[in-house]
Design a protein. Structure first.
Length: 182
């Protein structure tokens, strides 16, 4: 477990084993998560499959539907990014970038109040999410991918129409407040 530049956001190493058949990776262990004071109740789990040079994000759910996310990439490689939207946070407006991959078997724990996105670096990539509250379409919002200074390494990614139309970070009035680390 490593802390990141953003308080409360952690990079986790999933216990994994390799043998002649391939690999075995344990994503979630309730007692281990509880010992780290992380959520143990994830009412929704979903994944996306993306082609190379797709950017998805930067996404979050606003209060009162804010949620934490556990994110990992069991196939392929992505450049994953999180952006601190918590007013009063020592790192408000700052971001953290990490490569997630099946080889590294790493995961990102993202607390509420951070926007999340990624760029696909491999031909295809699967990204899995465990979220600590259910999907709420009316609270599902975004910040424009290229408005926060994140080094994506690409000028013209494949984007959804919705992601291309999100407000810039500078135009976003944040509803999140930093409450310190648990
Ligand atoms: C996020 C979400 C979307 N949907 C629907 C809405 C839409 O019709 C379709 C695809 O949604 P999107 O285009 O938002 O999918 P996508 O861009 O992959 O959304 C994801 O992006 C990354 C960066 C995240 O952090 C995730 O939490 C999630 O927001 O699925 C659900 O039904 N449930 C959900 O939980």
């Amino acid at each position: 477990m490593h802390s990141t530049a953003l308080p409360g956001c952690l990079e986790l190493s999933a216990p994994h084993q390799q043998d002649e058949r391939g690999s075995f990776v344990k994503i979630f262990h309730r007692d281990a998560f509880a010992a780290l004071k992380l959520p143990v109740d994830f009412p929704e789990v979903y994944y996306s499959v993306s082609q190379r040079d797709v950017v998805r994000g930067l996404h979050f759910q606003t209060p009162p539907a804010q949620h934490a996310k556990l994110v990992y990439c069991p196939q392929g490689r992505v450049r994953d990014a999180v952006l601190d939207l918590r007013a009063g946070s020592p790192t408000f407006g700052q971001h953290f970038v990490v490569e997630l991959s099946s080889e590294a078997a790493n995961m990102l724990y993202i607390p509420p109040g951070l926007a999340h996105g990624f760029r696909t670096l491999s031909d295809t990539a699967i990204v899995v999410y465990h979220v600590s509250s259910q999907y709420s379409p009316e609270h599902d919002q975004g910040i424009r991918w290229n408005s926060a200074g994140i080094a994506w390494g690409i000028e013209h990614p494949i984007l959804s129409a919705r992601d291309a139309a999100h407000p810039a970070l500078a135009d976003f009035a944040s509803p999140f407040h930093y409450e310190g680390e648990a």
